[in-house]
Ligand binder design. Structure first.
Ligand code: TXA
Ligand code: MG
Length: 325
């Protein structure tokens, strides 16, 4: 398949959005940037196009997609907007928060569920594409299922060149980590996926966010049933400097790729040191991809504390390492 490449370097946002919306309207797939990660999008009401996303991603059929919307009017046509939803929307949209709400549309469009995942991305290209299509766009992260999500144009090319109708190059994404998913369909807030928006920010509004236990989570959030974000090389995690030291002793014959915020006093084959957790989050997936492409045998990564953006980084690393099984 010929993949059309559109870039903000050569085209205006309006031109890009017009062409992308045209392709979506004809049943095609378009990869576009959001503020979190790149998404591979289809017209949410074109079942054939939506099925194509599952095929090219090799995604499990029971793992539903997020509806990307551009206005509250559009939201109102697909989901029930409760007072709790209104409050969260007022503070955090557009932005990296996905809400699970009661659905108003036929189940054949909601993967058989009576709930629906919705979000309004904080990215001009993404918003304009949805606006011009005048319908919601369903879009999972633009990576082959199980692999690290795409946070830059090059990653999308690696995974999807020749497999989608169009890729929009919008440069690196702002957060580098997916949206936070909160289920509020039963009028209390339950965290289904930690993400770029921290729980603390939500709780500052006097909204208590419950953490679902492991089995509850697998039931409510199909995405958590599968291994995710994994690099090809073994990924080994540590929590503190003394663990790191023991680990390096243990693997002293291997070529090590290190990632974390701790500065290292000694030399390793490859090390990527982040200035802070925001940078760690932004570069997490690209660093995993980078280590897969260079001459290291294993990846050793620091697990940050379970708070703020650290919670999402931990979650992705634990899933990527496979120790969650
Ligand atoms: O930042 C993001 O959210 C990115 C960008 C492209 O918007 N999208 C993304 O989509 O991460 P995806 O498909 O990789 O993750 C969607 C998550 C999955 O864990 C899925 O199980 C969950 O949302 N989900 C979707 N609909 C749901 C529903 N009705 N109930 C519970 N979980 C749902
Ligand atoms: Mg994903």
């Amino acid at each position: 398949m010929n993949t059309i490449i559109l870039s903000t370097k050569e085209n205006s946002v309006d031109e890009i959005a017009n062409r992308a919306a045209y392709i979506l309207r004809s049943g095609g797939l378009v990869v576009f940037p959001t503020e979190t990660v790149y998404g591979v999008g289809a017209d949410a009401f074109n079942i054939n196009a939506v099925n194509k996303i599952f095929d090219i991603k090799k995604r499990a059929k029971d793992n539903p997609l997020i509806f990307h919307i551009f206005s509250l009017d559009m939201l109102n046509t697909i989901a029930e907007i409760t007072p709790l939803a209104k409050k969260l929307i007022k503070h955090f949209w557009p932005g990296p928060l996905t809400l699970i709400l009661k659905s108003k549309i036929e189940r054949k469009f909601t993967f058989g569920l009576d709930t629906i995942a919705v979000r309004m991305p904080d990215n001009l290209i993404a918003l304009k594409i949805v606006e011009k299509l005048r319908k919601p766009v369903v879009a999972p992260s633009a990576n082959i299922s199980g692999k690290p999500s795409s946070t830059d144009f090059e990653h999308v090319l690696q995974d999807f060149h020749g497999k989608v109708d169009c890729i929009v190059n919008g440069g690196g994404t702002v957060y580098g980590i997916e949206s936070t998913v909160i289920d509020i369909s039963e009028n209390k807030a339950i965290l289904l996926r930690p993400g770029a928006l921290s729980i603390e920010d939500i709780e500052n509004l006097d909204i208590k966010v419950a953490l679902a236990d492991k089995w509850e989570l697998k039931k409510r959030s199909p995405g958590t049933r599968y291994r995710h974000y994994a690099p090809d090389k073994p990924l080994i995690l540590f929590e503190n400097q003394s663990d790191l030291k023991s680990m390096l002793d243990l693997y002293n014959n291997a070529k090590i790729g290190y990632m974390g915020t701790y500065k290292l006093m000694f030399d390793l084959d490859k090390k990527i040191i982040f200035r802070n957790l925001e940078e760690y989050g932004r570069m997490l997936f690209s660093t995993l991809r980078y280590f897969d492409s260079v001459d290291v045998d294993i990846i050793i990564a620091q697990l940050p504390e379970n708070k703020g953006i650290g919670r999402a980084i931990r979650d992705r690393l634990i899933r990527a390492s496979g120790i969650d099984r």
